[in-house]
Design a protein around this ligand. Structure first.
Ligand SMILES: Nc1ncnc2c1ncn2[C@@H]1O[C@H](COP(=O)(O)OP(=O)(O)OP(=O)(O)O)[C@@H](O)[C@H]1O
Length: 237
């Protein structure tokens, strides 16, 4: 990395977001380093999805500045950012193969080989119709769609929801082993704190639209002398 290169993939300055009457984000300052996997943790309604959507350029802050890769996110953001939404946006009438082919058509950076490898790892049958997949299988398909892109930033909103704990651990191991820290940054929200812990370089604890803690997993373990899950209980319990 040259000394002049910006070390941050994401920079938030005094971000506020209000939906009609609901203040979802109340003054967040954050700098997320390139080449890290960062966990976005917090109880329901703490603002995780809102923050990820703003970074993906899908919604805009009410005030404050967001820079993603040094640029303000906008509608063109999806060419540089892979975003896995919390909602299920897959078409039931397509097969798994057709779904990935359809999605690949939108992106020049699609890595077909990687998608094929992940299909095997995640034990998905290409010929199955999406409408016949279980919730966990659909979640796997969404993950393959996001992780098959060759982009500097991957945003994953609750990627493991519906996936059983042992498969979750397997998927997390494969994310860690395939992570290209010299090229990518991953930010993911999850309630599966326990299984996800080995993956995180840094962790953000959100509460009521504010950052309660932002630190490296290593520092947190040292400071609190316990796992992230126990820290979670201390912070939110
Ligand atoms: N489109 C919307 N209109 C109005 N309020 C909204 C909207 N989206 C989110 N909110 C509110 O903003 C707050 C933050 O919501 P957000 O979805 O970002 O939380 P979250 O941490 O992702 O929650 P969860 O863990 O349940 O997914 C909540 O109080 C929610 O009700």
């Amino acid at each position: 990395m040259s000394s002049e290169e910006n070390p941050y993939m994401i920079e938030l300055k005094d971000i506020h977001k209000k939906y009609l009457l609901k203040q979802a984000i109340s003054g967040i300052d954050l700098q997320i380093k390139k080449g890290t996997i960062v966990g976005l943790l917090g109880p329901n309604g703490s603002g995780k999805s809102t923050l990820l959507k703003m970074m993906a350029g899908l919604i805009y802050p009410t005030s404050g500045t967001i820079l993603v890769g040094g640029r303000k996110p906008d509608v063109h953001n999806k060419q540089h950012v892979a975003y896995l939404p919390e909602i299920d946006n897959l078409y039931g009438w397509m097969t798994v193969r057709e779904t990935l082919k359809f999605i690949s058509g939108f992106y020049k950076d699609w890595q077909a080989e990687r998608a094929a490898e992940m299909l095997v790892k995640m034990e998905l049958d290409e010929n199955q119709k999406v409408r016949n997949l279980s919730k966990g299988m659909r979640a796997r398909l969404k993950l393959i769609a996001a992780l098959s892109r060759n982009v500097p930033l991957i945003l994953l909103d609750e990627p493991f929801s519906g996936i059983d704990p042992s498969s979750r651990a397997k998927i997390i191991r494969s994310i860690i082993s395939e992570f290209q820290s010299d090229e990518q940054t991953i930010l993911l929200s999850t309630h599966s704190v326990n299984e996800s812990e080995p993956m995180f370089d840094d962790v953000i604890f959100l509460q009521n639209g504010q950052v309660k803690i932002f630190d490296s997993t290593e520092n947190l373990r040292e400071t609190y002398g316990c796992s992230l899950e126990n820290i979670w209980e201390k912070v939110y319990g």
